[in-house]
Write a protein that binds this ligand. Structure first.
Ligand SMILES: [Fe+2]
Length: 434
């Protein structure tokens, strides 16, 4: 990808100071390429983003036509395709390009240095240079390489099938063979696009983004260690529950792999505004395809509360968007209300490597978000009102409460000092007593 900005590209630094002088940038010839990439801002083109959005609007207009929810029984569209198209269309017609008040655009090295202070702004952060997997075959696109080689014909893949109705469970399982056929040979213009959001990262060669390789960002790993190994430092030993109810395995521990995963989607698949569950922050690194990413920027308390009460609400003038390309990364703090729009046609399929994170410096905010999601469980990507998803919130807070109670100086320091720990513990006690 391009690493230098050109006049039609908007570069804004973390302080919102606009384009940096090319004079101040290190010369590529004096540094190895990798080091140079670290110093450059991701190039985001306003013109390309606007054209992409316009093309999606046209495609969605064609899908929706004159159809309106009130024409259907109970005001519900017969398929999610139509439901998503209708709501995404309203949203995209309102969403505008972002400026330096709405997001942070930062080089990889600045992001590493300033993670905690950037996250405090509660805005999406865009960077580049975090692709870590070496794709062996330059002739083949990443989706061809990963789906074609790793996925086995008889494996089951969970797909969100937009052909389903809005009240039906959209998750269906398809055989690896079918998924391969669809992504490698299938048309680029699916009537009901597929979107797979639950694929474990199968590639050993991927790593945590460099900006999360920091003490502050080790919180999720810390909680996982406590859940899986207790106070020990031994390697985790997972057990799974037996399918034979008469002989359940003893000592089953519950953790799902949320640190690294991948997303595979067809062009035209739409993801309406939501928050990621459990007070988790998220990173997404684009490996293939153009990826329309939108968010609600700087909502007031009142605006946020209104959206929480009705997640189809697209009022106001704070919806922003951009389009990310392969090699670019977005990191968004817990509680960010975000959406994804995808275009059908050539280049429409997308592959994203992502993961969740928790920051020690964001413990109060994490709890704020969890409390919001308990009150409004349908605003997240997981149904936190279900038993298993509900357990995760409790589990996180139990582990943190216990760790803060123990008062290890290292943990107290990470959590912000004695006073902060006391305030957190008081909140945790109230939460756990519910
Ligand atoms: Fe999400």
């Amino acid at each position: 990808m391009r690493t230098r900005s050109s006049p039609d590209r908007m570069d804004v630094d973390s302080a919102g100071n606009g384009p940096r002088s090319s004079v101040s940038r290190p010369s590529q010839s004096s540094k190895p390429l990798e080091a140079a990439v670290e110093e450059f801002l991701p190039s985001i083109s306003e013109a390309e983003s606007a054209a992409f959005k316009q093309a999606v609007i046209e495609q969605l207009t064609e899908v929706v036509g004159e159809k309106r929810p009130e024409n259907y029984e109970n005001g519900l569209f017969p398929t999610r395709t139509l439901d998503y198209a209708y709501h995404m269309l309203k949203l995209l017609e309102r969403a505008t390009l972002f400026d330096s008040k709405d997001a942070v655009v930062v080089s990889m090295s600045d992001m590493r240095r300033q993670l905690a202070s950037l996250v405090k702004k509660k805005l999406p952060i865009f960077t580049q240079g975090e692709r870590s997997f070496h794709w062996e075959d330059e002739e083949k696109r990443p989706i061809e390489q990963i789906v074609g080689r790793w996925l086995q014909d008889k494996q089951k893949v969970q797909i969100n099938d937009s052909k389903r109705g809005p009240t039906e469970d959209s998750a269906v399982f398809k055989l690896g063979y079918t998924v391969k056929k669809r992504f490698l040979e299938g048309g680029l213009w699916p009537d009901h696009p597929w979107n797979s959001l639950d694929i474990a990262m199968p590639l050993l060669g991927t790593r945590t983004p460099s900006f999360l390789q920091a003490r502050d960002a080790e919180l999720l790993r810390f909680i996982r260690g406590r859940v899986m190994s207790g106070r020990g430092v031994g390697r985790e030993f997972g057990t799974v529950e037996s399918e034979d109810a008469a002989k359940p395995l003893q000592g089953a521990r519950y953790w799902n792999d949320i640190e690294h995963w991948m997303l595979l989607a067809e062009g035209g698949a739409q993801t309406l505004p939501h928050m990621d569950a459990h007070g988790l922050a998220t990173y997404l690194t684009i490996e293939e395809g153009d990826y329309g990413f939108g968010w609600l920027a700087n909502p007031t308390k009142k605006e946020r509360a209104a959206w929480l009460r009705d997640r189809t609400l697209v009022d106001g003038d704070k919806w922003r968007y951009t389009v990310l390309k392969a090699g670019q990364t977005v990191f968004f703090p817990a509680g960010t209300i975000h959406f994804v729009f995808r275009k059908k046609g050539p280049g429409g399929q997308s592959l994203v490597f992502g993961g969740h994170a928790l920051l020690w410096s964001q413990l109060q905010h994490m709890l704020d978000v969890i409390e919001e999601q308990i009150q409004y469980p349908d605003v997240t990507n997981e149904d936190v009102s279900t038993e298993i998803e509900g357990i995760k919130n409790v589990q996180y807070i139990q582990v943190l409460n216990q760790a803060l109670k123990e008062g290890d100086p290292g943990v107290v320091e990470l959590a912000g000092g004695e006073e902060e720990v006391e305030s957190l513990r008081q909140r945790y006690e109230v939460y756990l007593a519910l």
